[in-house]
Design a protein around this ligand. Structure first.
Ligand SMILES: N[C@@H](CCC[C@H](N)C(=O)O)C(=O)O
Length: 280
């Protein structure tokens, strides 16, 4: 049976989107996702995203497989791509510019903006060690600038969950970080029982930071939406950033706000359709 797909990207973080609205079971397996994500033998992507029927009264459900076949709870760039994909699928039947999306990391609300960008209510950041999860502190304590040993060096890390786990380190020069070498060591460090995404942040000013990321289950990517949100939260918690900032990624900028009013995080950025195809 052939399965139709559409390739999207958010700042170069790229995904294969599958219209799975007629069933709550993803149309392909994690093993098939690994093959499709392969950049030489497959379509090439950082993950596969499924648009499923909504659970718990929400409009839709999003599930995602990373390029290594693991299933993360959330994906920030992916949910913007999903919103653009749903708008395309619904066409003239579309009733609203906002969708309530059920994810394993909670309900997220992307909104299609008139300038073509997508703004997402990413919900409340989770800051307690038990919620991330990490054993770097007791379950009911925050992990802010805690020392961790990686590659023979001590790094001060701040941990934030945006539904999925993030470990953030502030550095002087983000370009000098040997991401390929140390990323896997952070990802698989024993203090992270569900592994972790890892962000390195150079603070240029209180509202402009540069970020590079090593993603759990995907390695180096050009952008990570949940990572950008978690990094801004870590910047505020450590007194380095204002509550609104531009996070500059290798693939381009994301605009992040950690609202003082409702304590929720808002992310704004693009979602671009690349091509459509059929998988045999
Ligand atoms: N690129 C994504 C995050 C995708 C999931 C991540 N690899 C994980 O395993 O948590 C984003 O834009 O947030």
């Amino acid at each position: 049976m052939a399965i139709e797909f559409t390739k999207y990207h958010g700042l170069g973080n790229d995904f294969i989107l599958i219209d799975n609205r007629s069933s709550s079971t993803p149309a392909i397996t994690p093993e098939q996702a690994i093959k499709l994500c392969d950049r030489h033998f497959g379509i090439g992507a950082d993950g596969v995203i499924f648009a499923l029927p909504g659970e718990n009264g929400n409009d839709y459900t999003m599930r995602i497989f990373n390029s290594d076949g693991s299933e993360p709870e959330m994906c920030g760039n992916g949910i913007r791509c999903l919103a653009a994909f749903l708008a395309d699928l619904e066409g003239t039947q579309r009733k609203s510019d906002k969708y309530a999306i059920h994810t394993l990391g909670g309900v997220m609300t992307p909104q299609l903006m008139s300038d073509g960008q997508v703004k997402v209510d990413m919900g409340l950041p989770r800051l307690l060690a038990g919620e991330i999860p990490t054993t770097l502190a007791p379950d009911d304590e925050k992990v802010i600038a805690q020392p961790i040993q990686v590659a023979g060096k001590t790094w001060d890390v701040t941990c934030v969950s945006m539904g999925n786990p993030h470990c953030i380190t502030f550095v002087e020069d983000v370009a000098a970080i040997p991401l390929e070498a140390i990323g896997p060591q952070f990802e698989n460090h024993p203090v992270f029982p569900r592994r972790t995404n890892t962000e390195f942040i150079e603070v240029v000013s209180r509202d402009y930071v540069k970020m590079r990321v090593w993603e759990r289950g995907a390695g180096i990517t050009l952008a990570c939406g949940t990572g950008a949100c978690a990094s801004l939260v870590a910047g505020v918690l450590t007194g380095r950033c204002d509550r609104t900032a531009t996070v500059e990624l290798p693939g381009g900028p994301l605009y992040i706000e950690w609202s003082e009013v409702d304590r929720r995080v808002y992310m704004t950025g693009p979602a671009e359709r690349v091509f459509t195809g059929k998988i045999d």
